[in-house]
Structures are given as structure tokens and as C-alpha cells.
Design a protein around this ligand. Structure first.
Ligand code: NAD
Length: 360
């Protein structure tokens, strides 16, 4: 298969972890005989330094031409006081918009070697393997009217939670497609006992479910879901929910895995004529200026993002599984970075990347 991938290393540890993720991608292409074409682009602080803007037109053109994009992280302390359009983070929001990605996927798995890093008891978290699918472009973060209104003696603030049928349909359909390749279960999360947008959400999800008779659907109210994620995380396969609920629940899910450095993410848009989903893949963490340039960042989140890319954008399940198995083998070997608190001396970022490459 031809894999045409754009790499946007970004700033700080973004560049360090992306380097290791690229090594892993190259190893997969070699082992499974895929034709990998890599291009690199500028995004974030490094792009401001070199071109004056966090998202140069050249990067946009390359992202639109690529099958998938792998990002590191953006952000440099020197831009903390800069105006919004001159901040690295503007590039991140811009590239998501350009690619039209509307669903954020966060796989959450427990690894045996990291069970003690989870705040939950081992017996509860062991075997957790879910994907949280968060709607990314609608809901209360974008609805209008919005604002803070001064009205005589009283001040009033307003936000609007709004969803259209088509916005719900496309993200629900994505969740069912994902479930079809997993344990065939979708849990839709809403607040339909109180909120009208949730009532429409539930109605549309039930309609979409009819297209997927092989996938089981259940519903949870968001407050109960917050409890179930802690009480029984193994019950979830694919969890789909609207923007704000997903923002909150995905961070709750994130702590189950142990360290922020472990977590991959994927932001997905429409399908291309080839059948591949448009995808932007990145670790959940930021540019970590406190440890940048020291070769000690945990690259597993970036490497897991490569596995997500192989699976979602290219449909290469076996290759994705090979990466995930290699990550697990390296975790079990104890050759991990300092954030995972190894019993012996910590491995460096590049040593971990090399170990994953040889495990593949
Ligand atoms: P951060 O995720 O960069 O760091 C938080 C803490 O976690 C730090 O102590 C850091 O050392 C540690 N950490 C993060 N990733 C790690 C890894 N892979 N291995 C080991 N330790 C790791 O968040 P922050 O400090 O709030 O933000 C720093 C910069 O990153 C800011 O400019 C922020 O805007 C940006 N940021 C970017 C993204 C992104 O590009 N998607 C996401 C979050 C933050």
C-alpha cells in the first residue's frame, strides 16, 4: 500500500517524540512491504520563527495532499505573551480546521506493566481497552448566542448548546464503524433526561444504529458514565459523546492509563474516495518545555499515534497490532523513560524508540 504521510514535529519534545514515531513507521513499512513517502512541514513556534506564521500555506497544502498527518506538539514559552494570531497553538487549531476533522478519538488501554501507575486498583483497571469518540466541532463551545451581557444591576452570561442531525449522524456513524472492527459495542453518552440537544442526540444515534445491526448500542447519562468509567472501565468498547461531555470524560479516561506520555489521539474527518478517513494523529501531551532537549520524553504517545494512523487512516489492523504489541513488550522489559518510574536507570527517548523498532 502507498502511505503518503506528512510529519509536523512542532516544538519542544514534539520533535523528539516524533523522531521516534517516524522510525517506527519506517520499520512497519519495511516489514509489511508498504511504500512510505514522508514529507515534513512547519507548525507552531518553529514555523513562526522560520516564516512569521504558525501555520504557513505550504504546510496547509502538504496536509491536504497527504493521506494522513502525524504531529508532535506545539508551544514555546517565549510566545506565552504573544497576541493570539502569533501563538503556536493557533497553528494547531488552524490545521484541524483546514482538514475538517470532526471527531477526536482517544484510545485508552491499560498495560500490565503500568497497572501500579493507575490511580485505580489493579483488578478494576486491568483489561481496560476502549476508545472515547468526542464530537469536535459542535455543541456549547461553538453555539451562538454567546457572551457576557451587562443589564443594569445584573450581569448575565450565555452559551448555547446546539447540534444538527447531520453533525450527530456523522460522528455516530464513525463510532459504529470503529466498533465493528473491535468488540462491537457502542455506548452513547448524553443528558437526555434534561437537555433537548441530548434528546436529539439519542434519537439520531438510535437511527444510525439501525444501519449497524451487528453492533450493540447502549446509552448512559453523562453523570452515570463518569461513575462507570471509574467503577467498571472494562464495560466500555467505543464511547461516543458530544463535545463538552467528551472533553471532560476523555481526561477522566486518560488517567486510567498511568502517564500522559502514554496517550495517543486521532482527529478524524470525512472519508476520502479511497475509503481512508482524513486523519490527524498526535500524542495528547504538549511540548513540555521543562524536559525539552534532554532526550527523556516518553515517546509512547507518539508511537501509539502511529498505530492509530495505521488502523484508522489506512485500515492496516495487523500493522497497528504489531506496533501495540511492540510497545507492550518494551513496557514489560522495563526499558522505559523516567516518567514511568522504572526500577532501574531510565531509558532515553531514542533508546525507547529503538527498542520498539527492534521489537517489531
Ligand atoms: P505538557 O503536556 O507539555 O506538560 C505537562 C507535564 O507533563 C510536564 O511536567 C511535562 O514534563 C510532562 N510531560 C508531558 N509529556 C511528557 C512525555 N511525553 N514524557 C514525559 N513527561 C511528559 O503541558 P503544559 O506544560 O501545560 O504545556 C506546555 C506547552 O505545550 C504549552 O505551550 C501548551 O500550550 C502546549 N500544549 C500543546 C499541546 C498540543 O500541541 N497538542 C497540548 C497541550 C499543551
Amino acid at each position: 500500500m502507498k502511505l503518503n504521510v506528512l510529519i509536523l514535529p512542532g516544538d519542544g519534545i514534539g520533535a523528539e517524540v516524533t523522531r521516534e514515531a517516524v522510525k517506527v513507521l519506517q520499520r512497519v513499512a519495511e516489514k509489511f512491504h508498504h511504500q512510505l513517502t514522508l514529507t515534513e512541514g512547519l507548525l507552531g513556534g518553529i514555523a513562526i520563527h522560520k516564516t512569521g506564521t504558525p501555520l504557513p500555506q505550504e504546510t496547509i497544502d502538504r496536509a491536504l495532499a497527504a493521506d494522513a498527518t502525524l504531529m508532535g506538539a506545539v508551544g514555546l514559552p517565549e510566545f506565552d505573551q504573544a497576541p493570539p494570531e502569533k501563538r503556536p497553538e493557533k497553528g494547531l487549531l488552524g490545521i484541524r480546521k483546514v482538514l475538517g476533522v470532526y471527531a477526536n478519538l482517544r484510545p485508552v488501554r491499560s498495560y500490565k506493566a503500568l497497572l501500579d501507575s493507575s490511580p485505580l486498583k489493579n483488578a478494576l483497571v486491568d483489561g481496560t481497552d476502549m476508545i472515547i469518540v468526542r464530537e469536535l466541532t459542535g455543541g456549547i463551545y461553538y453555539g451562538t448566542p454567546r457572551g457576557i451581557y451587562e443589564n443594569g444591576a445584573e450581569t448575565r452570561a450565555v452559551n448555547t448548546m446546539a447540534y444538527t442531525r447531520s453533525e450527530i449522524e456523522r460522528v455516530a456513524r464513525m463510532a459504529f464503524h470503529l466498533a465493528r472492527n473491535r468488540r462491537k459495542k457502542v455506548t452513547s453518552v448524553d443528558k437526555s433526561n434534561v437537555i433537548e440537544t441530548s434528546q436529539l442526540w439519542r434519537r439520531v444515534v438510535i437511527e444510525v444504529a439501525a444501519e449497524f445491526p451487528d453492533v450493540a448500542l447502549d446509552h448512559l447519562l453523562v453523570d452515570n458514565c463518569a461513575m462507570q468509567l471509574i467503577l467498571n472501565p472494562r464495560r466500555f468498547d467505543v464511547l461516543v459523546t458530544e463535545n463538552m461531555f467528551g472533553d471532560i470524560l476523555s481526561d477522566e479516561g486518560a488517567v486510567l492509563a498511568g502517564s500522559i506520555g502514554m496517550l495517543p489521539s486521532a482527529s478524524i474527518g470525512d472519508r476520502k474516495p479511497s475509503g481512508a478517513w482524513v486523519g490527524l494523529y498526535e500524542p495528547v501531551h504538549g511540548s513540555a518545555p521543562d524536559i525539552a532537549g534532554q532526550n527523556k520524553a516518553n515517546p509512547f504517545g507518539a508511537i501509539g499515534s502511529v498505530a492509530a494512523m495505521l488502523e484508522y487512516s489506512f485500515g492496516l489492523k495487523e500493522e497497528a497490532a504489531a506496533v501495540n504489541r511492540a510497545v507492550e513488550a518494551v513496557l514489560n522489559s522495563g526499558r522505559v523513560t523516567a516518567d514511568l518510574k522504572p526500577s532501574g536507570p531510565p531509558a532515553s527517548t531514542s533508546e525507547v524508540g529503538d527498542a520498539v523498532v527492534s521489537a517489531i
